[in-house]
Design a protein around this ligand. Structure first.
Ligand code: G3H
Ligand code: ZN
Length: 288
């Protein structure tokens, strides 16, 4: 059994200058894909569930599936709440056995974000559970958004280093998701990270930094980000793309197929390959 919190994992990553992959867990096959691949690559791993995934699969079901799988492997496995915009969702996840929380108050005014984040931190730290929070606005690609326009927009909502340091100090958070150039939901990697900004935030805040929307960053950007202070990298879109593309391929090749295992099995294998590839780029292969 190796079900752990993200605290030690990310401290080690910060010391060793690599990043831990935080992969979004939406169903059983994806949870299996994440944990099996991390075990094969000897990489510590974070599975994260969004509020949407919790609504879809059920809170207890997600915790149970991750725990059962974590018991079978030797690598450290953490379960994290991703973008917990709801204070009460954070409480429910803490009670259900999540080993890491995120309060996302990035759409709130600074003072309100501080106030709500602090409440979550006080509650979580009483149970020795670490908390991530967000500053600046990372945003999401719309289906018809032009990459160039999206990149210009993202520049207006990046985290300000001095504010980030103040935010960390006032809230007591363990990790910071700062808006530094990525956008959620990119199907091609066109994001440009603001490396000097990441370095400054890292220097002033001292905490491990989290890169959201990392499906939109190519390998070179990811490596530069890690050198600048990124320790946790969130990937969802690229897994979704590989998983659903393989399902479509299988169904197209075998339109009469009715066995879900024959459709979801290959999709799981496709997800494993993108997870394996990300683990290598993040530098966490062999760190467990
Ligand atoms: O919180 C989740 C991540 O930031 C995932 O971003 O869907 O762009 O990979 P992505
Ligand atoms: Zn995110």
């Amino acid at each position: 059994m190796s079900f752990v919190t993200t605290k030690e994992m990310l401290k080690e990553a910060q010391k060793g200058r690599y990043a831990i992959g935080a992969f979004n867990a939406n169903n059983m096959e994806i949870i299996q894909a994440i944990i099996e691949t991390a075990e094969e690559e000897r990489a510590p791993v974070i599975l994260q569930a969004s509020q949407g995934a919790i609504k879809y699969a059920g809170l207890d079901m997600i915790v149970a599936m991750v725990k059962v799988m974590a018991e079978k492997v030797k690598i450290p496995v953490a379960l994290h709440l991703d973008h917990g915009t709801d204070y009460y969702q954070n409480i429910k996840c803490l009670r259900a056995g999540f080993t890491s929380l995120m309060y996302d108050g990035s759409k709130l005014p600074f003072d309100e974000n501080v106030k709500m984040t602090k409440k979550v931190v006080e509650m979580a730290h009483a149970c020795d559970i670490p908390v991530e929070a967000e500053l600046g606005q990372i945003g999401k690609m719309g289906d018809s958004d032009e990459p160039g326009v999206a990149l210009e927009k993202v520049k207006e909502s990046m985290a300000v280093p001095e504010e980030a340091a103040k935010f960390v100090e006032l809230t007591g958070i363990d990790f910071l998701a700062a808006a530094v150039g990525t956008i959620h939901g990119c199907r091609t990697p066109f994001a440009k990270l603001d490396i000097p900004r990441i370095e400054k935030i890292r220097e002033l805040s001292g905490v491990p930094l989290v890169l959201h929307g990392a499906s939109g960053a190519d390998d070179q950007e990811i490596r530069k980000g890690i050198s600048a202070g990124i320790c946790k990298i969130n990937i969802d879109t690229r897994i979704r793309m590989e998983f659903s593309q393989k399902m479509r391929q299988v169904i197209k090749a075998n339109p009469q197929e009715i066995d879900p295992r024959k459709i979801l099995g290959p999709a799981k294998e496709a997800a494993k390959e993108i997870i394996r590839d990300r683990i290598k780029v993040f530098g966490c292969k062999g760190k467990a």
